[in-house]
Design a protein around this ligand. Structure first.
Ligand SMILES: C[S@@+](CC[C@H](N)C(=O)[O-])C[C@H]1O[C@@H](n2cnc3c(N)ncnc32)[C@H](O)[C@@H]1O
Length: 214
């Protein structure tokens, strides 16, 4: 599916988020709270938009994704490799930070992917996961539901691939509840798990720290 939508992926993102995703990506990278020169792994990097933000922030970035098509459509020149997020081809503890944008709900082996993120991080390393949210205020929620469930599939269908953008709202069902995700992160080896709602809950940012003595 991501091979198919790769060529128009970034255009559709801009349209369906009104460009807000750029702000959310900056916030995600900043949430790592790491100094310049840190090594950051972008899991399920897609076309590398989070990677580019991380690079501009002064980090050394490596990106991984399952889809060859989406890696080919990348706009960045940063190093990437094709692999499953449940088996990252890098040594344990080499990363200071891991970012993961809008991919959690696509992982069929979520526990394995979270464990891999923990494995590649050094103790004390930071994780920042950006995901679709759900506004808490009733009025915003109604507008969001109409936009996400009705308008996004139409926009995505017109500009890219209809089936893929019908899947997008359905895929939210695969997201764990905040409490369940906190539990999964703790099991994977993280502590200090915090969740922040962005733009009134249109998206959510989950940050955590790899357990262990730095
Ligand atoms: C919605 S895109 C997000 C891309 C990018 N992170 C961003 O912020 O725009 C989800 C990405 O997850 C990737 N993906 C899905 N399952 C994966 C897996 N098991 N391992 C690695 N990447 C995966 C897809 O190929 C796709 O590029």
């Amino acid at each position: 599916m991501f091979d198919t939508i790769a060529p128009r992926y970034e255009v559709v993102n801009r349209l369906i988020t009104f460009g807000l995703d750029a702000r959310w990506r900056t916030r995600t990278v900043r949430a790592l709270g790491l100094p310049q020169g840190s090594v950051v792994v972008d899991v399920a990097t897609g076309t590398g938009e989070l990677s580019s933000v991380a690079r501009r922030a002064g980090f050394e970035v490596l990106g991984f994704d399952l889809s060859f098509g989406i890696l080919e459509a990348t706009t960045s020149t940063l190093p990437t490799a094709q692999c499953d997020a449940a088996w990252l081809p890098i040594a344990s503890g080499i990363a200071d930070g891991v970012v993961c944008g809008f991919a959690l709900r696509n992982f069929t082996e979520r526990a394995g992917c979270l464990a891999e993120m923990a494995r590649v991080l050094r103790p004390g390393g930071r994780l920042a996961v950006l995901e679709v949210g759900a506004p808490e205020r009733a009025v915003t929620r109604v507008g969001f539901d109409v936009w996400f469930n009705k308008v996004v599939p139409l926009v995505g269908g017109a500009v890219s691939d209809a089936e893929a953008y019908r899947y997008l709202p359905r895929s939210v069902a695969y997201l764990p509840t905040p409490d369940a995700l906190r539990e999964e992160l703790c099991t994977a080896g993280f502590s200090s798990v915090n969740r922040h709602l962005l733009s009134g809950g249109l998206s959510q940012l989950i940050v955590a720290t790899k357990r262990g003595r730095p």
